[in-house]
Structure formats: C-alpha cells, structure tokens
Design a protein around this ligand. Structure first.
Ligand code: HEC
Length: 176
C-alpha cells in the first residue's frame, strides 16, 4: 500500500516537473489532468491549514460546493461560466482573473482571497461586496462555510506532493 502511494506520488512529481519545464506564463498548467487526492494526501495537506479548517469535514465541504458548481469551476482547465473559475483562487486578488468580466463592485473590492476573506465574503456576498453580480445569498451556517472553504483550498490549489506541503522544505519542493 505504502509503495503504491509512493509510486503515484513519484509519477505526479515527475509529470509536475515536465509541466513546469515549458511553463513560462502559468497557462499550460491548465491542461494538467486533475489530481485525485488519496486520503493520506488529504490528511497531510489539511494538517497545514489554519484552525478551524485543519479539522473541517472535506466531504461535507464537497457537498456544499454543490451550491456553487452551477456558476463556478474549480479545476485546472480554468473554465469561466456565469462566475469566474476558482482554480488558484487562494492568493488571487479579488476581481482580477484575466478573461472574466467582473462587476465594478468586485473590481474595487480589493482583497486577496484567503481563508478569512473568503469566510467573510461567502457568509453574505451581497452585503460584503455591494453591487456584486454574484446572485447568491451566501452560506449562512458557519460550519458549512468552513467545510466548504477547506474543500476549496484543497481542490483549487495547484498540486504539491504532501511531503513538500507538510515538511515545508524537501527535495520534492526544491525540484518544482
Ligand atoms: C448564480 C451564480 C453563482 C453562484 C451560485 C455562486 N457564484 Fe460566486 N460568483 C458569481 C459571479 C457572477 C461572480 C462575479 C462577481 C462580480 O464580478 O461581482 C462570482 C464571484 C465569486 C468569487 C470572486 C472571485 C474572484 O476572482 O474575485 C468567489 C470567491 C466566488 N464567487 C465563490 C463562490 C462560492 C464558493 C460559491 C458557492 C457557495 C459561489 N461563488 C456561488 C456567480 C455565482
């Protein structure tokens, strides 16, 4: 079992290197096949999240994402629908993703999306960004929201092998 996981990780690390070799603008990462996380990988990555997200229920978060998926994609193909794609949304400045026409309100919101700013926004989008064209009332329940945001963090962050994610500095990380 351990060996199988290692082989999968090694294969992912190799293909990640190949991708970065000709990746000068971040765009060709869009064609990367989606990474399906093993339970062990999820546990290792989630352990690096701040509380309460480190103990959130990722499966429940996936169910919560059902509220968003009619308007948003989260995978590496970066497809915009009614709303902008959310791949790589953590660390992205609000209203700036190229190729999507944001409302004036979102363009001027001026936050970097992270656990806290997403938590505030998703609780009451229309109140937090007055004039947003995201016509969605918000995820009122705090636990639901935290589960959703933890799930988004896992699924929208470009894949990093868990050894690098949890240890901070490893050979795998330096080869990226
Ligand atoms: C009815 C469609 C719709 C639904 C449902 C919806 N959104 Fe949105 N979302 C949008 C639109 C449209 C925008 C662009 C807002 C603007 O420009 O004012 C947006 C913007 C966003 C942004 C800002 C992205 C950026 O790059 O600045 C985030 C984050 C976001 N949505 C997350 C979510 C999440 C998480 C959910 C589920 C709880 C959700 N949305 C549900 C339509 C939707």
């Amino acid at each position: 079992m351990k060996q199988a996981v290692f082989l999968i990780l090694a294969a992912m690390a190799l293909s990640a290197c190949q991708r970065t070799a000709d990746n000068d603008n971040g765009q060709d990462i869009a064609v990367a096949p989606p990474h399906i996380y093993t339970d062990a990988e999820k546990t290792a990555i989630q352990a690096t999240f701040p509380a309460p997200y480190n103990t959130a229920d990722l499966n429940a978060g996936q169910v919560q994402f059902g509220k968003c998926r009619s308007c948003h994609t989260i995978s590496a193909d970066k497809m915009n629908m009614v709303g902008p794609h959310l791949y790589g949304v953590f660390g992205r400045k609000s209203g700036t993703e190229p190729g999507y026409t944001f409302s004036e309100a979102m363009t001027q919101h001026n936050v970097v999306w992270d656990f806290d700013t997403l938590d505030t926004y998703l609780a009451a989008p229309q109140a937090v960004v007055k004039g947003t064209k995201m016509s969605y009332a918000g995820v009122k329940n705090e636990t639901d929201r935290h589960n959703l945001i933890a799930y988004l963090k896992l699924e929208t962050t470009p894949y990093v092998p868990p050894a690098a994610a949890s240890a901070g500095a490893s050979e795998t990380a330096s080869s990226q």
